[in-house]
Design a protein around this ligand. Structure first.
Ligand code: SF4
Length: 373
């Protein structure tokens, strides 16, 4: 089993906090880009080792800027696709219209992940998003009316000016809509973003760590009360609606990443495409491959595996750890985990270690201590 990630690096406008690779969109650029993706897939499909592709994820950028016709062309070129797979498209609310929903369904999209970020208009303006709260609600209705029920939204907490009360209102709005999946992240200050420059100039007061922790607590408890599984630190799903594509990442399932700045993983090493549209285009036009290979050391793979497994509610199986990395690494992890088990930050059921609610708050320290540097 394997997955394919397709990066569509186009955005109409840069959001204040964003450090993802994205460039301005022109319709010709976006459609010509589909040809590059197809060419890259043809050149690299052997990397999937003949595994059936169960999930495809179009991320960005703003993949909803690509026409459904081009999305269909890309999907049609993936010859190893299993017939009943999860095919996710990230969308911006203001790209969602009844025609768009009909056309993406016909193209083969059966799951949508929408960057809503907040249901508070002042917060959305601060983040420089293209939509308002009403637009996001209308987009969800439009998706459902068009037959796409499997909708996930992203929400952000820790926004300057946000309060626990306004955050709770956004959460309750999402819960009230009965959405099957929600991803939620704390606003981060990445180097080079407008958000960080504005903070450094003193244009606003960032929220304190305590305020962000209170918002995370509110998120976890509201979602749990509403019947959502908290299946990964930042992800919540109604039963049966976990993201299959992202869950595969967390299980170290191989995936092929296509497009500018996309990463791939074959179970042993990672490949990185250039974060430059021109650099990507030139190399794909030349020979269909643009990636650099990075052979990871066993310790690096172990560290990534520990972190991704512990971020999930399924936790980290010590037996699995031993079979992947050997007995020595297992006993290292067990020794490092002991103090967190005593403190109640980790729990152990059979051979599986996982974070407790309290442990999630100190997860960075837990990961650091279990890592091998
Ligand atoms: S739409 Fe997404 S990728 Fe584009 S600028 Fe905003 S956050 Fe970044």
């Amino acid at each position: 089993m394997a997955g394919i990630y397709v990066h569509i690096p186009f955005c109409k406008k840069k959001c204040i906090y964003c450090d993802f690779f994205s460039v301005g969109a022109s319709p010709e650029n976006v459609e010509a880009y589909a040809d590059l993706i197809i060419k890259e897939y043809e050149a690299r499909r052997e990397e999937l080792g003949g595994e059936a592709v169960r999930t495809v994820y179009f991320g960005g950028g703003t993949p909803s800027l690509m026409s459904p016709r081009s999305l269909a062309r890309i999907l049609g070129s993936f010859r190893d696709m299993e017939s009943v797979g999860e095919v996710t498209l990230e969308v911006n609310p203001d790209d969602v219209t009844p025609d768009f929903v009909r056309d993406i369904r016909e193209a083969g999209i059966n799951r949508v992940s929408m960057g809503v970020q907040s249901f508070d208009d002042a917060e959305l303006r601060f983040l420089m998003r293209r939509h308002d709260a009403r637009g996001a609600e209308m987009a969800v209705d439009c998706l459902r009316n068009g037959g796409i029920e499997n909708v996930s939204i992203d929400l952000i907490y820790g926004i300057p000016g946000q309060t626990v009360a306004s955050w709770e209102r956004s959460l309750r709005k999402a819960i009230g809509m009965g959405l099957p999946h929600l991803s939620s992240y704390c606003l981060t200050y990445e180097e080079g973003t407008l958000l960080t420059r504005k903070r450094d100039k003193g244009e606003f007061e960032p929220l304190t760590d305590e305020e962000c922790v209170a918002m995370y607590d509110c998120l976890a408890s509201e979602m749990r009360k509403a019947g959502y599984e908290h299946y990964e630190i930042s992800n919540f799903a109604l039963p049966g609606f976990r993201s299959r594509h992202n869950s595969a990442y967390w299980n170290f399932t191989p995936y092929l990443g296509l497009g500018a700045s996309a990463h791939s993983f074959d179970g042993r090493c990672r490949r990185y495409n250039p974060s430059s549209l021109r650099g990507y285009r030139e190399r794909i036009e030349q020979d269909g491959v643009a990636c650099e290979i990075e052979q990871e050391s066993v310790n690096e793979l172990y560290n990534e595996w520990v972190m991704t497994r512990l971020r999930t509610s399924d936790g980290m199986s010590l037996n699995d750890l031993q079979s992947r990395f050997g007995e020595e690494k297992r006993s290292y992890a067990e020794k490092a985990a002991a103090s967190y088990l005593r403190a109640g930050d980790l729990k152990k059921e059979a051979d599986v270690l996982s974070l407790t609610d309290r442990g999630v708050m100190v997860s960075d320290a837990v990961f650091r201590d279990l890592f091998i540097v």
